[in-house]
Design a protein around this ligand. Structure first.
Ligand code: TXA
Ligand code: MG
Length: 585
């Protein structure tokens, strides 16, 4: 989507009353203003004005097919925006608003469909940030707003982040300081009998469960993984330019002061356990690429050990962003997007980021982090670039006047073997055969993404060793950094094509989300849809069913990777075309 720099963006400090009046007048006049909230900065426009809402999408550089959250300053505004408040919604509103939660309810006729991307529901959010509420009140209308980042970059948590992405594209940016939470709100579908978390955030599952259970007259049952009635989430790339690797921290019961002179042996060991994985991984990266620059998004214990070791080579190659005590997930969440942005500006190649186990805010933090790491999930080493070959020169996408993005998602059972391998194979093909441009206009570059997710995957697990070995022997590359992701509705909906490895998985996805019809295929139904039918010895059409090799011996894994590679080599040109792209010649 093209963007035009048409504004002299006014930067408004929090104590500038005249500036706030200016900004609220701009909202009433149908213009776009960026404002702070306690989660991340938002890019707001009058939610009841279709033309104003369109301008949000223009500024963000994203097509208008993703529903926006409507922001209010008073609960009494909800009535005119929704057609009904379910008992679940009532509990969430009473208990968590104002605060970092978005409650999805059936929409009223007053809310234009451009706000909800045609869905029959609307997400309502009442921020707790005082300046935000003051500003919303001055606007006098409900304000539709997505996060104020450029499509593709991490959400902004400071006004400066917003200026980096939006200067020249919006009327004003209001500076309300650092966002306290730092991760976007919890999005909860409250249209049914049970609340369904569509996006984890600072209002955690435990908090929601407790609130609902505390309501004695509430009859609904809490179940996990319920099917939302109207999926519409499309958040995909919290992705910095650098590749992101997660270094999971050991479980810590208490903070250790690394500077203390009186550490017990046990505490010293703990410090070492926290810090050494970062340092070892950095050394490993430098061994394969001595020119690499590495960012650490880590706790102060890591910095302490790093300084103590005083390795000059490491020192010359590592940039630090210290978020606080290693175990402080609130601090890590608060700083995550800032850290990714900052290290990216310092042009590091890889960012090693602290990962958390745990069930509270850890879930939201890991959700964003796995997505940030996901962009380079099927990591193909640099030699793949050299293989671009076939006499083609690599043209950077910067040289296109405009770029569109399209993506394909491979869905498997647990996203550890078949899915990871498919993602790796297609990523490799795209890198070797690119660059790509739009089928309609060769001046528009195509940025193609490949992802994988599993219907029953746990987040953050690596592929089997045999899969990695087989991949590197058959395809030539490394998928060991791949981390499994759950195929939740946001992932599914964010992709243009969804290919499942088995027929039954395609059936399962479509039964749960009929609105994805036309985008979901199994590998074999996709083949068949292209007229590529394979007949068995009996003359019957054979299904491309590739069993999961988990637990089998190495030869089976190798055979599986070779089979997937053969299918995807055949399907590649069809996939590219269906993504709206062609090879750029
Ligand atoms: O913390 C936040 O929520 C920030 C601040 C600015 O309020 N906003 C934000 O907006 O993160 P955005 O557009 O980046 O993300 C909103 C998410 C999207 O994933 C969208 O698909 C989902 O909420 N969403 C909005 N309305 C929905 C609906 N009616 N049904 C399902 N999902 C919806
Ligand atoms: Mg966003």
């Amino acid at each position: 989507m093209s963007r035009t720099k048409a504004y002299d963006t006014r930067f408004i400090k929090d104590n500038d009353s005249e500036g706030l009046t200016f900004a609220s007048e701009k909202i009433r006049a149908g213009e776009v203003v960026a404002f702070p909230t306690e989660t991340v900065y938002g890019l707001g426009a009058d939610a009841l004005n279709e033309d104003a809402v369109k301008k949000i999408f223009e500024a963000k550089g994203r097509p208008g097919d993703n529903p926006l959250i409507v922001h209010i300053w008073d609960k009494s505004q909800i009535d005119e925006l929704v057609s009904c408040i379910t008992p679940v919604a009532r509990i969430l509103i009473d208990k968590f608003m104002p605060g970092p939660i978005t409650v999805i309810m059936p929409k009223s006729d007053k809310v234009p469909s451009s706000v909800t991307a045609g869905l029959g529901t609307v997400g309502i959010r009442m921020p707790s940030h005082p300046l935000c509420n003051r500003f919303l009140k001055m606007c006098g209308c409900p304000v539709a707003a997505p996060s104020a980042n450029l499509s593709g970059s991490p959400s902004p948590t400071t006004a400066l982040h917003v200026m980096n992405d939006m200067d020249g594209y919006v009327s004003a940016v209001i500076d309300g300081g650092d966002c306290e939470v730092g991760l976007e709100s919890t999005v909860v579908d409250a249209t049914g009998d049970v609340p369904v978390i569509l996006r984890p955030g600072a209002v955690t599952k435990e908090m929601i469960d407790n609130a609902v259970k505390a309501q004695s007259d509430y009859k609904g049952q809490l179940e996990e993984g319920q099917t939302p009635s109207s999926p519409g989430m499309k958040y995909r790339h919290y992705a910095p330019k650098a590749s992101v690797e997660i270094i999971t921290l050991p479980v810590m019961n208490d903070d250790i002061d690394p500077e203390s002179e009186e550490l017990s042996d046990e505490q010293k060991q703990k410090l070492f356990d926290i810090a050494s994985p970062f340092i070892l991984r950095a050394q490993e990266i430098l061994k394969s690429n001595p020119a690499a620059r590495i960012g650490f998004f880590a706790g102060r214990e890591v910095k302490h050990l790093f300084d103590k070791i005083g390795d000059k080579i490491l020192d010359a190659h590592v940039n630090f962003y210290v978020y606080g005590a290693s175990s402080d997930v609130e601090a890590a969440s608060h700083c995550l997007f800032d850290g990714l942005r900052l290290l990216d500006r310092q042009e590091v190649d890889t960012i090693l980021v602290a990962g958390f186990k745990g069930e509270g805010l850890e879930v939201a933090y890991m959700n964003r982090l796995v997505k940030a790491a996901g962009k380079t999930g099927g990591d193909v080493p640099s030699h793949a670039y050299e293989q671009l070959g076939e006499g083609r020169t690599q043209i950077s996408l910067d040289e296109f006047s405009d770029v569109f993005t399209a993506s394909i998602l491979f869905v498997s059972e647990d996203d550890r073997n078949l899915g990871a391998v498919c993602e790796g194979i297609l990523t490799d093909l795209i890198r070797k055969k690119g660059p790509f441009c739009s089928v309609d206009d060769t001046k528009i570059g195509a940025e193609l993404y490949v992802e994988s997710a599993g219907l029953y995957a746990e987040d953050g697990r690596g592929p089997d060793e045999f899969s990695c070995e087989a991949f590197s022997s058959v395809v030539g590359g490394n998928i060991s950094h791949h981390l499994s992701k759950r195929a939740d509705v946001s992932f599914l909906d964010a992709n243009d094509i969804i290919l499942t490895v088995s027929d039954s998985q395609a059936f399962e996805v479509l039964s749960a989300y009929p609105e994805l019809e036309g985008r979901v295929y199994s590998l074999s139904s996709y083949m068949a849809s292209k007229g590529l039918v394979i007949k068995g010895e009996d003359g019957q059409i054979a299904s491309v069913a590739i069993p999961d090799p988990s637990g089998a011996d190495y030869e089976v894994y190798k055979h599986t990777v070779a089979a997937l590679k053969a299918w995807l080599d055949i399907l590649f040109p069809y996939i590219i075309k269906d993504l709206g792209a062609q090879r750029f010649c």
